[in-house]
Design a protein. Structure first.
Length: 86
């Protein structure tokens, strides 16, 4: 059940990040899930390392979305800025 929950939560975080970030990324379903999972993983490491929250707290969700947006920005730059206005 943990893997399914990770996939669902990763998808939700990825969709929220894509909704907040302007532009078209041309990311499919699996890449959106990967974006959310990576944002959640990175947010968990950063937030817990800095002592902002403990595992399972709601603040982790917010930091996960923020990290997913940052990863989305990096993805856009690596992809060559396609869909992003300078």
């Amino acid at each position: 059940m943990g893997i399914i929950w990770t996939i669902v939560l990763g998808f939700v975080i990825g969709v929220i990040a894509k909704f907040i970030h302007p532009g078209k990324e041309d990311m499919g379903f699996l890449m959106t899930i990967a974006l959310g999972i990576a944002g959640s993983f990175l947010g968990g490491i950063i937030g817990q390392f800095l002592g902002w929250y403990q595992a399972g707290e709601g603040a982790g969700f917010i930091v996960s979305v923020i990290c997913a947006i940052v990863l989305l920005l990096i993805y856009g730059k690596i992809k060559g800025g396609a869909g992003h206005k300078a």
